[in-house]
Design a protein around this ligand. Structure first.
Ligand SMILES: NC(=O)c1ccc[n+]([C@@H]2O[C@H](COP(=O)([O-])OP(=O)(O)OC[C@H]3O[C@@H](n4cnc5c(N)ncnc54)[C@H](OP(=O)(O)O)[C@@H]3O)[C@@H](O)[C@H]2O)c1
Length: 249
């Protein structure tokens, strides 16, 4: 009798995000053991028991706060089993006007979207360096990082930093077995965008976004946008600054 195939363990950092919970469902459905993180693991307990009953997969819950970098890096180094696929979904939009007034609020946005996730993914890369098999790191960045807008430029600046970090990490690891993927969603209907007036034709569901991420991993894509946003951002990036600065969107 042949042994059932054991699929590689998947780490979702920020699994309590709406997109993260849907991604956990996608990986559980495929049969992967899961390591799910949130700041408070209690919020993940209903999801974990649902996934382990429904799909018979092992689900571990681990507390990680990316603002507590040394502790978070120690937690990553101690993960057993070590993850072969890791996706960082941590993000904080916050209130742009508050960030303009209060540098501490601005710093929290930069640390939550850029320096914190970067420090954690470096620790993940160190763990993966010890695995003799193909491994994957995914950072969920944003189209907001492609060009700063008045509406969310601290968040955008942080995501720009995170995208540049992922690009550099990908180049550093190019001769290793680790693939680094950058995902840049456009608008997604989640807790983060609740109450915003978003154009329905350009706004994805959390499920669609999770599938975009899963497909990128399965196909080993490097930089991924929803196709409409790839077109939009190609145009937005080409606009001369004199025109761009006058636009209100
Ligand atoms: N929604 C959109 O339109 C959109 C567009 C482009 C990119 N994105 C990106 O997609 C990712 C997922 O976003 P979402 O829309 O699903 O948002 P969400 O539901 O608001 O989730 C945000 C996640 O970030 C985590 N988080 C925040 N600060 C943290 C910290 N200090 N340490 C650890 N975790 C922290 C939250 O954990 P807790 O449960 O512990 O609070 C939560 O899991 C984010 O990176 C976001 O920037 C979203």
């Amino acid at each position: 009798m042949t042994e059932p195939k054991v699929l590689p363990p998947v780490l979702l950092i920020g699994a309590s995000s709406d997109i993260g919970m849907q991604l956990a469902r996608e990986f559980a459905r495929a049969g992967h053991p899961l390591i799910l993180t949130a700041r408070e693991t209690e919020v993940l307990e209903p999801l974990a028991s649902d996934l382990s009953i429904r799909h018979s997969v092992a689900v571990q819950l681990v507390a990680i706060d990316v603002l507590h970098v040394p502790e978070a890096r120690r937690t990553i180094a101690a993960l057993t089993p070590p993850p072969h696929i890791a996706v960082c979904l941590v993000g904080l939009l916050g209130d742009q006007q508050q960030q303009q007034r209060d540098p501490d609020q601005a710093r929290i946005v930069i640390e939550s979207n850029f320096t914190g996730p970067a420090a954690i993914l470096e620790a993940v890369a160190d763990v993966m360096a010890g695995i003799d098999a193909p491994t994957t790191i995914v950072g969920v960045s944003s189209v907001a990082g492609d060009r700063g807008r008045a509406r969310n430029y601290y968040y955008g600046a942080a995501k720009a930093g995170f995208s540049a970090f992922l690009s550099g990490l990908r180049q550093r690891l190019t001769r290793s077995q680790t693939t680094v993927i950058t995902v840049k969603p456009g608008f997604v209907n989640t807790r983060m965008t609740a109450g915003m007036d978003l154009p329905p034709a350009l706004t994805a569901s959390d499920i669609a976004c999770a599938r975009l991420i899963k497909r990128a991993i399965d196909r080993r894509q490097l930089v991924v946008y929803p196709w409409q946003w790839r077109v939009i951002m190609t145009v937005v990036k080409l606009l001369p600054e004199e025109i761009f600065k006058r636009l209100q969107f």
